[in-house]
Structure formats: structure tokens, C-alpha cells
Design a protein around this ligand. Structure first.
Ligand SMILES: Nc1nc2c(ncn2[C@@H]2O[C@H](COP(=O)(O)OP(=O)(O)OP(=O)(O)O)[C@@H](O)[C@H]2O)c(=O)[nH]1
Ligand SMILES: [Mg+2]
Length: 436
């Protein structure tokens, strides 16, 4: 049985308990074999204007062209210490088959138990494994707590009147559920109950039903698997800085691998050496080859080459990481547009999934992110991270009511198993503070 990191760390994400990643000789050798460091040359069939060097940007580390990656051991040490980097503490999936993914006919073996054991944290007491719903409920505790307290405080043996309905609407709007959903819920509550006593539990049930009604149509499993022509399914991961793109790639790689799929990763965040290395660490942990170039290289060219490489190696899936970018930064959004354009040069149908990673703690700004990233890169689905530690989980309801984009996964912690396929009923009951 695996030793899990502390629950607090998994739900509230201090990252301080992260064990140093495995850097044994064996792992290093495997990692070296897995790494595909490409020359920064331009593929022949991509027009020159698409492959010009990217412009520097003033966020994150400065780009130094051709700068070699820092010493791996130092970087790994640094990553284990920082709270801003990927969680390195929880490499083990529960191994259960996930029906969200298509079965695989060919491909590499999933991560072997030996490799998993080698990556296990070495200290700490094993914890009772909570069910996903328990973890979701714990993760959403701040959102449901704020809603629950508000509801309890206004539904105390009073008859339902306009003041109570207005108070409830305010609470729902404050929890970022959106004006439309808030109004639907209050209208439904008022229907047949006006001037009657209403219990908090009744309100919670209506809240859960209405939230579910909005979310059910968008709760869509992510279908992945090799294309009919034998080429890999290409997933492009996009979003603002720090949303959780790279961590989500790592968590998904683990899931796909335990479903027997062969996965390649592309380090398309070429702005920072640490970002490239973060993905390499996930590659090591999940047994996925990583296509990387030097920091400062052209991200679109790298994506193009990674597609050739993944096809050549017969991979089922290619996941391309990208640098975080604010949606109002035109030059960075232009670069993203170029990445998509160059990917299409390789395969008109790609990227087959463009996953926008949204940080739940950003609240209303997420609505704007969905709008602009969709315009630029054709978002096909959403992943919402950090639903733990925020009272703003209701934003997912507002986004779904407005954009109706598929929601594939939600994250409620930094650990590798804190990302799960999105289930509307679970989410609705958890946010309303109801027992399963
Ligand atoms: N609490 C919590 N933390 C998360 C979750 N998902 C990711 N994180 C943490 O968020 C931080 C940023 O994650 P990254 O994956 O590096 O984010 P990113 O979008 O790749 O960031 P940039 O590459 O800088 O744009 C890391 O510390 C992650 O461990 C989550 O669901 N809950
Ligand atoms: Mg990243």
C-alpha cells in the first residue's frame, strides 16, 4: 500500500511535504533514454514566417537563447523545495481502469510497480484513502461552507418572502454561480413555497438540483486514442500563468499510462528552463518520453517536430505543454495562434483536443479567459483546477451556463490522484454541502 502525503497538503496544497523526486542512477538512465532533445532547426515544410524566433516577453524568467539547461540535480532539489512547482509527492494512481478513456490496442506498458515503488515518498504514515467524493467535498468545503452558512443564516424559521429570496440570490451571486443560475434557483424555490416555512435542507436540495441541471450537459468524458490513420491524438494544454497546465499534463499522463496508452509529452513552454525541467520530471515519473528544446526556442516549431516524433514512435497520445499567458496580452496570444496554425500544417485535424486549464480561484475572470482563449485557439474542453482552497467553486456553474463547453476534469489538490473526470451530480451535491 502506498504511503500518501498529508491530507492537508493534498487538499490545500502547501507542497511542503513534497518528497524529492527520484534521482537514482536507474531513473536517470531511463530519463536520458526518454528525453528527446531536438535541434532548434526549422521543419522543411513549414513556411519561414511561421517559424521566426518568438519575441521575448516580460513575464517569468528572461529568455536566454541557447542557454543550456541547469544542472539536473540542482534543479530537482530546487523544485522539491519550492511551493510553486509541480507536486512531486504522489506518483501512484489507484490503478483503477477509467472508462473515460478509449481502450488501447498497442503501446507501452503502464508504469511498472517497481518504478512506482522507486518513486514513493520514503517517510510518513499511510493515510486512510478517502473516496473521491469525500475528497471533492473536502476540497469544495470553502465553497459549500460559504453557501451553507449563508443559507442557514437566512432560513431560520422564517416564512419565505421577497427579502429572503433577495438575500439568497445575493449569496449565490457572491459564490460566483452567476446571476442567471441564482435567479433560476430563487424562482424555483419561491414556486409553491411563498409565505411558507422553508428549511435550509430544502434549499440545499434545490440548489444541488439546479446546479446539476446546468452541469450535467457539459460533464463530458475526454475521448482519446490513436487516430484512424495511426497518428497520435494531440492534446494542446493552454491557459493563464500558474493555472495548473503542466501539473495537469502530469496527472493525465499518469491516468493515460495506467490505462495502457503510450504517451509523449512536448515541453512547449520554452520560456523558462524550470518549466522544461518540470515537464521532464513528470515524464520520468510517468514513463513518458519528453520532446524538449533549449530555453528560448520556437514553441510552434517544437510542437511540429513533436508531432512527427510521436507519429514515428507510434504513440497513442501527444500532450503539448504551453507557456502561461494572460488573455489580454496580444503578442502572447498571437504566439498561441501560431502554435495552433503550425500544428495544423502537420495535421489539419489537430490539435484534437485543446484543453483550457482554469484556476478556480480566479473567479469571474475565468469567464473572460474562456471567451478569448476559445477565439484564439478553439478550446474544445475545460479542466478546472484548485477547487480546493477557494470559496469560488461556483464559477464553474457560471461558465457552464454561459459557454456550454465540455468540462472534462476537475482538480482538488496537487497530488497526482487529485484530478478526476468531472461528474456533475457529485459536484452539485458537494457544493450544496449535502452528503453523497
Ligand atoms: N491546490 C491545488 N494546487 C494545484 C492544483 N493543480 C495545480 N496546482 C498547483 O498549482 C501550481 C502551478 O501549477 P503548474 O502546473 O506549474 O501551472 P502552469 O499552468 O503550468 O503554470 P505556468 O507554466 O507558470 O503558466 C503548482 O504548485 C501546482 O501543484 C489543484 O487542483 N489544487
Ligand atoms: Mg507550466
Amino acid at each position: 500500500m502506498s504511503k500518501k502525503p498529508g491530507l492537508f497538503s493534498r487538499l490545500f496544497g502547501s507542497g511542503k511535504e513534497a518528497a524529492e523526486p527520484d534521482s537514482s542512477d536507474a531513473a536517470q538512465t531511463e530519463s536520458e533514454q526518454n528525453e528527446i532533445v531536438l535541434q532548434d532547426d526549422v521543419p522543411d515544410d513549414v513556411p519561414d514566417d511561421m517559424i521566426e524566433e518568438r519575441s521575448d516577453h516580460d513575464e517569468g524568467d528572461q529568455v536566454v537563447e541557447g542557454e543550456p539547461l541547469e544542472d539536473r540535480d540542482d534543479l530537482l532539489e530546487e523544485m522539491a523545495e519550492t511551493t510553486e512547482e509541480a507536486d512531486l509527492s504522489d506518483p501512484v494512481s489507484d490503478g483503477s481502469e477509467d472508462e473515460s478513456f478509449e481502450p488501447v490496442e498497442e503501446g507501452d506498458e503502464p508504469v511498472s510497480p517497481d518504478k512506482e515503488a522507486a518513486l514513493e515518498p520514503v517517510s510518513g504514515e499511510p493515510e486512510k484513502k478517502l473516496s473521491w467524493f469525500e475528497r471533492l467535498k473536502r476540497g469544495l468545503a470553502r465553497s459549500s461552507g460559504a453557501l451553507g452558512e449563508g443559507i442557514a443564516s437566512i432560513f431560520t424559521k422564517r416564512k419565505l418572502d421577497d427579502d429572503i429570496l433577495q438575500d439568497l440570490e445575493d449569496i449565490l451571486i457572491q459564490a460566483d454561480l452567476g446571476v442567471e443560475t441564482a435567479m433560476t434557483i430563487t424562482e424555483r424555490l419561491a414556486d409553491g413555497r411563498y409565505n411558507k416555512e422553508v428549511s435550509g435542507e430544502e434549499v440545499q436540495n434545490i440548489l444541488a438540483d439546479e446546479v446539476n441541471a446546468v452541469l450535467e450537459p457539459v460533464a463530458t468524458p475526454l475521448k482519446v486514442g490513436k487516430r484512424e490513420d495511426g497518428s497520435p491524438h494531440v492534446i494542446l494544454m493552454i491557459g493563464v500563468n500558474g493555472a495548473g497546465k503542466t501539473t495537469t499534463i502530469g496527472k493525465l499522463a499518469q491516468k493515460f499510462r495506467s490505462n495502457g496508452q503510450s504517451v509523449m509529452l512536448a515541453a512547449g513552454d520554452t520560456f523558462r528552463a524550470a518549466a522544461i525541467d518540470q515537464l521532464k520530471v513528470w515524464g520520468e515519473r510517468t514513463g513518458c518520453p519528453v520532446v524538449a528544446r533549449d530555453v528560448g526556442s520556437d514553441a510552434a516549431g517544437l510542437a511540429f517536430d513533436a508531432m512527427s516524433e510521436a507519429k514515428e514512435q507510434g504513440c497513442d497520445l501527444l500532450m503539448i505543454d504551453t507557456a502561461g499567458r494572460l488573455q489580454n496580452r496580444t503578442e502572447l496570444m498571437d504566439e498561441l495562434e501560431k502554435i495552433v496554425r503550425v500544428i495544423k500544417k502537420h495535421d489539419e485535424s489537430a490539435p484534437h483536443s485543446v484543453l483550457l486549464v482554469l484556476d478556480a480561484t480566479t473567479g469571474q475572470n475565468a469567464l473572460n479567459q474562456v471567451e478569448i482563449f476559445s477565439k484564439i485557439a478553439g478550446v474544445t474542453g475545460l479542466v478546472m483546477t484548485k477547487l480546493d482552497g477557494t470559496a469560488r467553486g461556483g464559477i464553474l456553474v457560471a461558465i457552464s451556463a454561459k459557454h456550454q463547453l465540455p468540462v472534462h476534469f476537475i482538480g482538488v489538490g496537487e497530488g497526482v490522484d487529485d484530478l478526476e473526470p468531472f461528474q456533475s451530480q457529485d459536484f452539485a451535491r458537494a457544493i450544496a454541502g449535502l452528503a453523497n
